[in-house]
Write a protein that binds this ligand. Structure first.
Ligand code: AMP
Ligand code: ZN
Length: 519
């Protein structure tokens, strides 16, 4: 199926297909995509992960559609914020960043994001950056100033502004950004290379290069690494909406004036996430890292599902109510999946077929794919699956779900999960890992008390206690049965008796959600 995606450059939804990317191993052309990665100076927040998750969703969808991807994500492990924090901590940046890089990948794993094919670190690609700056200097598009820093001459690139559609007609040649943090609205010649200051702290990293001692600017990093792994011209470049200007505009200016070719053909920008309707900020008290949410007892799968549920070009308003709804939505899907599998294993579904239901399963799969193929409409895609869950559950209740229908329904569910990746229950292990991290960091008091209590018991221990209670009840020892129920409740585990057997759930409350019935 043709995949269409909004292209910030053209302002239109356009076909996305692999262009000229050949792979090193000579396989079929892959779609070359570059997504700006994290700056590893702190733990990632849910806004960052909204962007990374939509890039993950795109790569998973491309692969499902038979398109190989060559996905590059840089790690920014040298920049002003990193230097500021490392100097404050009294350590070299090379000692400061590894813990945040490690934490970033742990978080990406917790959120079930696939690892890109290439994850280059800025500090390991300095020669590529200086070579690019030298190329620009040879064309008089890079110039050196008194302190030894190098700047890009925006006036030498008349197309500057074509991505963000800003008008820079009046730009003054030679006006420079003097501050370290990039201005959001003014175009100024920007730093390609930042000279080491005479007063530099020894923990600031500097490289001895043909350009002089110093370190790279942020924008040149991405130009150099994208070109190194994808060539001078490639298919897709992605990032959060804040990066459109100046970061991506500057990447284009540097890369295209050096190569004379179109840098990225397609530009994807993920809109920002708001929290409870407001911009997320530490001073507003509405700033959350993934770890903050895990310690409050929310499941990683529910967070993934929520962050993906609103299509990437719409603002997502993150709320705790929304997160609880997402928790129930994931539970509903898992319970349904389990119901199908357990019924199948137990030979519970009557033999024969229900052609109408099979057709509905096929339609849901087609609607799911069509929604994603049209600019990654995740809301419609998930709605198609929930429609099927409703219909199939109703059929199962009415005895009209037959054994021959189950594979078609499972197949649609599998297609869904290749992209959304929430069916496998890894939540408890992830939450435990977050608690362990909090303990090591001396931050355990940030964790929800119910959650800590409920995780004191392992799944196996709970299963054993539930079984002991079942045994007591079978022998009509109700007092013992009630005592076990109470003991579990005190430890944050709730028992529910249902027609289909006994279920239990941890009451880090509804936050950790229900466990599927035990066989
Ligand atoms: P950083 O680590 O700050 O360089 O950001 C990593 C990625 O997260 C970039 O693609 C940013 O555009 C993106 N990002 C930052 N804040 C948000 C937010 N509130 N919502 C969505 N994406 C964001
Ligand atoms: Zn970048």
């Amino acid at each position: 199926m043709t995949i269409r995606l909004f292209n910030t450059m053209s302002g239109q939804v356009e076909v996305l297909a692999p262009g000229n990317q050949s792979t090193d191993d000579g396989d079929a052309p892959a779609l070359g995509m570059y997504a700006c990665g994290p700056t590893v100076y702190d733990y990632g927040h849910i806004g960052n992960f909204r962007t990374f998750l939509h890039v993950d969703l795109l790569r998973r969808f491309l692969k499902q559609q038979g398109i190989a991807v060559r996905h590059v994500m840089n790690i920014t492990d040298v920049d002003d914020k990193i230097i500021r924090n490392a100097v404050a901590a009294g350590v070299p940046i090379s000692a400061y960043t590894p813990r945040y890089e490690k934490a970033f990948f742990e978080d990406m794993d917790a959120l079930n994001c696939e690892r890109p094919e290439f994850v280059p670190r800025a500090t390991e690609n300095i020669p590529e950056m200086t070579a690019l700056i030298e190329q620009l200097a040879a064309k008089d598009l890079a110039y050196k100033v008194e302190d030894g820093s190098w700047y890009f001459r925006i006036a030498g690139f008349p197309e500057y502004g074509k991505l963000s559609k800003k008008d820079f007609a009046g730009i003054q040649d030679g006006a420079r950004v003097q501050v370290d943090e990039y201005e959001k609205d003014a175009a100024r010649d920007f730093a390609l290379w930042k000279a080491a200051k005479a007063t530099a702290d020894p923990n600031e990293m500097q490289w001895q290069t043909p350009l002089g001692p110093g370190r790279p600017g942020w924008h040149i990093e991405c130009s150099a690494m994208a070109t190194k792994f994808l060539g001078q011209s490639f298919d897709l470049h992605a990032g959060g909406e804040d990066l459109m200007f100046p970061h991506h505009e500057n990447e284009i200016a540097q890369s295209e004036s050096a190569s004379g070719k179109t840098f990225a053909r397609h530009w994807m920008h993920v809109r920002f996430l708001l929290v409870e309707g407001r911009k997320m900020s530490k001073s507003e008290g509405n700033f959350f890292t993934l770890r903050d949410l895990l310690l409050r007892g929310y499941k990683a799968s529910a967070i993934r599902f929520l962050l993906l549920s609103v299509p990437y070009r719409h603002q997502l308003n993150f709320t705790f109510d929304g997160l609880l709804e997402s928790t129930s939505a994931v539970d509903r899907l898992r319970t349904f999946h389990q119901r199908l599998l357990e019924g199948q294993a137990a030979g519970k579904w009557p033999s024969g077929a229900n052609p109408e239901l099979q057709q509905q399963a096929c339609n849901a799969a087609a609607a799911f794919t069509a929604a994603l193929a049209e600019d990654l409409n995740t809301a419609e895609a998930r709605a198609a699956i929930f429609d099927l869950v409703r219909l199939a559950n109703a059929a199962a209740d009415a005895g009209t779900l037959h054994a021959d229908d189950v594979p078609a329904v499972l197949d649609t569910l599998t297609r869904f999960d290749q992209i959304f990746a929430v069916l496998e229950d890894r939540d408890e292990a992830i939450t435990r890992a977050a608690l362990k991290w909090a303990e090591q960091e001396g931050r355990l008091e940030e964790a929800n008390a119910d959650l800590r209590a409920s995780l004191a018991l392992s799944d196996a221990e709970i299963d054993a206690m539930v079984e002991e209670r079942n045994q007591a009840r079978r022998t009509r020892n109700f007092a013992r049965g009630d005592a076990i129920r109470k003991e579990l409740a005190d430890k944050g585990v709730l028992i529910e008796d249902s027609k289909e057997g006994v279920r239990w759930k941890r009451t880090g409350t509804s936050r950790t959600g229900a466990h599927a019935p035990r066989p």
